[in-house]
Design a protein around this ligand. Structure first.
Ligand code: NAD
Ligand code: MG
Length: 397
């Protein structure tokens, strides 16, 4: 592993050469934003691994443009297509879940974990096990296996850098040496496209309406999670695992402008916040450059133009997913993994128009109520809880 202290951020490279990078989920929203940053200083980076679920065309295009060493497609059926697309290049091609896990263990200086859902857990753990610097966008890995992931981070002395904008914000203002003075962390939530709407309105919203996030351009699953506010619930659980605070020291506040990305409150009444325009390249860039800062032409924050920042208490009656996530965090054990898996199934069903918007939280609630999973000791336990919840949720659709 490269000594991260040697990174020359202005050049985007390590002092002794280029920074070797893998991107898990390179064809997604976060993956593409990461690539856009890397393309600003292409000579400073050497791309080891790029991965995708099933979009062989896009993966091949990225692998060629960035001259990657390995391209992995999770969907085995797409192997030949990817192979054909990369014929005549020296790019190694692989397919399937095991290949993904193996490629994630490639020794590199920095890995972006940006696969969506619990599917990102095993590859993320694989990167962590090599003691790397892992930039974590894949919040679901921490939701379903937070204790296991964090134990592995400690054991391998890996660095897990939060990319989720809220957690990245907290990471930037969380003074580790002032731990005893930290009273709470405050996650901001945009409120999603249905902030201020009523129950009757939400009962009939379409996937297109739910996908239209007012501030952030993101993948489909997280966009729906933002609309139900399950995203903030998942982030609550994510924050609990990332930062040394108790469950009741994490608060949520709705802030529709998405300018204050989150805050840390100290015992002297000081509240430290990180602000910026809503652009995922800022937290990704922070993780890419860490422990220094990489400069790029992000849209600068113009507070006079924005003129007012507003804040509201979250409404857990209108957005029950938030309550369900807090209850799952309190219950512990397998509850967060079950919440996450049931939610993945319900969101997918909503996107396919098989259920209504409000049924997403109802299904998650029913699955949680039917579950009796205790402590998850290892990844096999997590996968068993995940599989049970998926099956239970599917039976309710
Ligand atoms: P996305 O849907 O745009 O992209 C997901 C990526 O994962 C794609 O490359 C896809 O091919 C790959 N993938 C999907 N299913 C897979 C599977 N079963 N096996 C292997 N690969 C698979 O998602 P996104 O919006 O980029 O989000 C990625 C992660 O980052 C999520 O966990 C999300 O919650 C988190 N995140 C995203 C944003 C954002 O702005 N998009 C912000 C904060 C956190
Ligand atoms: Mg977020």
């Amino acid at each position: 592993m490269t000594d991260v202290a040697e990174i020359d951020i202005k050049a985007g490279a390590t002092a002794n050469g280029v920074k070797r990078v893998s991107i898990l989920g390179s064809t997604g929203s976060v993956g593409c934003s990461t690539i856009r940053l890397i393309e600003e200083a292409p000579d400073a980076f050497d791309i080891a691994v790029l991965t995708a679920h099933s979009n062989a065309t896009e993966l091949a295009k990225q692998a060629k443009a960035l001259d990657a060493d390995i391209a992995v497609i999770a969907d085995q059926d797409k192997y030949q297509e990817l192979k054909d697309l990369l014929q005549g290049t020296s790019i190694e091609v692989a397919a399937g879940e095991d290949a993904l896990i193996e490629a994630a263990a490639e020794p590199v200086d920095w890995t972006m974990s940006a696969i969506v859902g619990a599917a990102g857990l095993a590859p993320t753990l694989s990167s962590i096990k090599t003691g790397q610097v892992v930039a974590l966008a894949n919040k679901e890995a921490l939701v379903c296996a937070g204790d296991i992931v964090m134990a592995e981070v400690a054991k391998k002395q890996a660095h897990l850098l939060p990319v989720d904008s809220e957690h990245n914000a907290i990471f930037q203002v969380f003074e580790q040496d002032q731990l005893s003075s930290i009273e709470r962390i405050i996650l901001t939530a945009s409120g999603g496209p249905f902030h201020g709407k009523c129950h009757e309105f939400m009962a009939f919203v379409t996937p297109d309406q739910a996908l239209a996030h007012p501030n952030w351009d993101m993948g489909a699953k997280i966009s729906i999670d933002s609309a139900t506010m399950m995203n903030k619930g998942l982030e609550l659980i994510e924050a609990y695992h990332l930062f040394p605070v108790e469950k009741d020291q994490i608060d949520i506040i709705v802030h529709p402008q998405s300018v204050v990305h989150s805050m840390v409150e100290y015992g002297d009444g000081s509240v430290l916040a990180q602000m910026g325009s809503p652009d995922m390249r800022t937290p990704i860039s922070y993780a890419l450059g860490w422990p220094d800062r990489y400069s790029f032409k992000a849209e600068r924050l113009d507070l006079a133009k924005i003129s007012s920042l507003t804040f509201f208490e979250p409404d857990e009656t209108l957005f029950p997913a938030l309550r369900l996530a807090r209850e799952a965090l309190t219950a512990g054990g397998g509850a967060p993994a079950i919440l996450n898996a049931a939610n993945e199934i319900a969101v997918s069903a909503f996107l396919k128009r098989k259920i209504g918007f409000l049924e997403i939280a109802t299904i998650v609630d029913k699955v949680l109520q039917a579950s009796n999973f205790g402590i998850l000791h290892n990844i096999d336990d997590v996968m068993a809880a995940d599989a049970w919840a998926r099956s239970k949720a599917s039976s309710l659709i």
